[in-house]
Design a protein around this ligand. Structure first.
Ligand SMILES: CC[C@@H](C(=O)O)C(=O)SCCNC(=O)CCNC(=O)[C@H](O)C(C)(C)COP(=O)(O)OP(=O)(O)OC[C@H]1O[C@@H](n2cnc3c(N)ncnc32)[C@H](O)[C@@H]1OP(=O)(O)O
Ligand SMILES: [Co+2]
Length: 140
């Protein structure tokens, strides 16, 4: 039976893979009419990120920090563009357990540290119609 207390709350951010973060910061600042509000490197993911706020929404730009970064591999195969959609959840471990039971492929067994003070987990795009999904929980 579906536990209705568990669910994804909203889109937390959209991740966009870019080759040159500084250059793309300029492109998106011109598009949104305001600068990014923070930059953060998450070495465990091989990424340098910057974040923009657009009304209630958040855009995360991601540049690879090493050749085997998921972002470098993605750009090699598909070019720059939308890399993932992240959803906010209130209990990431419970949501991971629920999604695994539903047959989705979890890319990490336990939540890991993401950017912007979040715990994160990923679902394999081959189990989600070709879209990489990230779950995000605010760190306590
Ligand atoms: C900053 C931290 C955090 C946050 O707080 O927000 C982030 O957002 S970090 C973002 C970067 N981290 C990740 O993406 C981690 C999760 N990703 C992975 O584990 C891998 O990228 C992957 C999805 C398992 C793919 O890895 P791998 O199998 O090694 O790469 P391949 O290049 O061989 O791809 C296999 C297959 O998957 C397709 N693919 C890869 N990435 C994506 C994607 N983002 N969206 C859709 N499809 C994707 C790729 O095209 C290949 O397909 P085929 O060629 O058809 O086999
Ligand atoms: Co992300």
């Amino acid at each position: 039976m579906i536990d209705r207390t568990l669910r994804m709350d909203k889109i937390e951010h959209i991740g966009i893979a870019v080759k040159d973060l500084e250059k793309s910061n300029g492109v998106f600042a011109a598009l949104f009419g305001k600068a990014h509000y923070k930059t953060e490197t998450v070495e465990s993911e091989g990424v340098k990120t910057s974040f923009f706020e657009v009304g209630p929404n958040k855009i995360e730009l991601l540049e690879a920090t090493k050749p085997d970064s998921p972002i470098a591999k993605f750009i090699d195969k598909k070019g720059e563009g939308i890399h993932h959609i992240a959803f906010a959840v209130s209990d990431i471990q419970a949501e991971m357990d629920r999604l695994q039971k539903e047959g989705f492929i979890l890319l990490n067994k336990e939540p890991k540290l993401g950017a912007d003070n979040k715990l994160v987990a990923f679902l394999h795009p081959k189990s989600t119609n070709g879209v990489l999904i990230e779950l995000c929980q605010e760190r306590p």
